[in-house]
Design a protein around this ligand. Structure first.
Ligand code: NDP
Ligand code: MG
Length: 395
């Protein structure tokens, strides 16, 4: 009987971007308790080797691989295996005819918006790490969540912390939210040495191990600019009530000062497995081994305002429209494009910062601050338009 009970209680899950750093951490967690879960779908862009290994290991029936060449290779390799292979996110209803219990959205970049949006109808709960989707398409995601009565949990550590701290309280009880930033590898670098920064220095994050793109965004602090937008969207709080604090140890992730005089902190080790774990075991009692409180860090929290001269990109926050707009897509696209140029060593670190600032402030992009995104197509068309503009600049 207990076997039967375990069988019927298996949590059905799908992972968008299972080959990502977030996806792999989630699979590690699932691996420790395989009996409890049944994975219905895994996806990747081009890393078919890892995707196939994952599918075999977890006995997964459906995979999506978007890159055409990798899709073809996967088809050949898996010819005699009992796996359904798809190349896009159009047929999610067919792949997941019944709602699964949990989806993790961990594709990186704005490419994650469409899959995230489209899978909401097929799940009872969605945990979203893909911050670009939340930043560019929040009004569309929110609508889908409501329409399909799908629960949502943010995974980005600061937002997971705010979500946990808020509990049943509502946003009207909040006076101010602080999200923390480690300050990245250049928090203490003398300003006159910024010109010597090498790619490998920027990829050395002091506290977190993440994908390359977000690691660079952490070094420029653009990641925090994005996280402020993310927090404003998710929790419906005005920009003026959200602040960034530099906190080198990444032990505190968010602080909320409530109007009733109480202030709450959320602390955990800088390990994404903690928010991921708590999202998949949401509202179920499950203990996870963790280290004891570090009083040494607690006694030296060292929380400080951001030095804007060192991290000028945070000033972009002063110019953002109060309501969600298409301009966020411009900002994400410009940053994305330039970060890849930096990763390809086409521009240096100082140029990266200068160009993000200059290009996103171009007059022709400002009109998008007044336009609310109405559908996915509009967002992707704008992304393509911004790409063309950037190509024309010949960076
Ligand atoms: P990675 O760079 O490690 O992985 C990216 C994933 O997305 C891979 O599975 C990749 O497939 C897939 N992918 C990329 N582009 C596409 C596309 N166009 N279509 C379909 N799949 C695609 O990502 P991270 O784990 O670092 O980050 C994932 C998301 O979570 C990001 O939005 C990031 O900002 C956010 N986040 C990450 C944190 C972290 O600690 N890593 C912390 C907080 C938020 P393939 O492997 O085949 O290339
Ligand atoms: Mg974060």
């Amino acid at each position: 009987f207990s076997n039967f009970k375990n069988f019927i209680m298996k949590k059905k899950i799908a992972i968008l971007g299972s080959t990502s750093s977030i996806g792999k951490s989630l699979l590690d967690i699932i691996n420790k308790n395989q009996k409890k879960f049944k994975i219905e779908l895994l996806t990747a862009n081009s890393n078919y080797k890892d995707l196939i290994i994952q599918a075999k290991k977890f006995n997964v029936k459906n995979i999506i691989i978007t890159d055409l060449n990798s899709f073809k290779k996967t088809k050949i390799i898996c010819k005699n295996k009992n796996i359904n292979i798809f190349q896009n996110f159009e047929n999610l209803k067919k792949i997941l005819p019944k709602k699964v219990d949990y989806v993790m959205s961990a594709i990186s970049g704005i490419g994650g918006l469409l899959p995230t949006h489209n899978i909401i109808q097929s799940t009872k709960l969605i945990a979203i790490a893909n911050k670009e989707a939340i930043i560019c398409g929040w009004p569309l995601i929110k609508k889908e969540l409501k329409k399909h009565k799908t629960q949502f949990i943010p995974v980005d550590s600061e937002h997971f912390s705010i979500f946990s701290l808020l509990n049943t309280k509502n946003k009207d009880d909040i006076e101010k939210i602080y999200i923390t930033a480690s300050g990245g590898p250049f928090r203490n670098l003398p300003k006159n040495q910024f010109k010597n920064i090498k790619l490998k220095d920027a990829l050395k994050h002091p506290n977190w191990r993440m994908g390359k793109k977000i690691t660079i965004d952490s070094a420029t602090l653009m990641n925090k600019v994005f996280e402020v937008i993310e927090a404003k969207n998710i929790f419906n709080i005005d920009y003026k009530n959200i602040s960034i604090l530099i906190h080198p140890k990444s032990y505190v992730h968010a602080i909320i000062k409530f109007k009733n005089g109480l202030t709450k902190f959320l602390i955990h080790e800088p390990d994404m497995k903690i928010p991921i774990y708590n999202s998949i075991y949401y509202q179920t009692l499950k203990t996870q081994k963790s280290t004891s409180l570090d009083f040494n860090i607690l006694n030296n929290l060292n929380l400080n305002k951001v030095e804007e001269n060192r991290f000028p990109l945070v000033r972009l926050l002063n110019k953002l429209p109060k309501k969600s707009s298409l301009f966020e897509t411009v900002l994400i696209t410009v940053n994305d494009y330039l970060v890849y140029k930096f990763l390809e060593k086409k521009i240096n670190f100082q140029k990266l910062i200068k160009l993000i600032n200059e290009i996103s402030n171009l007059k022709e992009f400002q009109k998008f601050k007044k336009i609310k995104p109405k559908n996915l197509k509009e967002i992707y068309n704008l992304r393509d338009y911004v790409h063309l503009k950037l190509d024309a600049l010949g960076i």
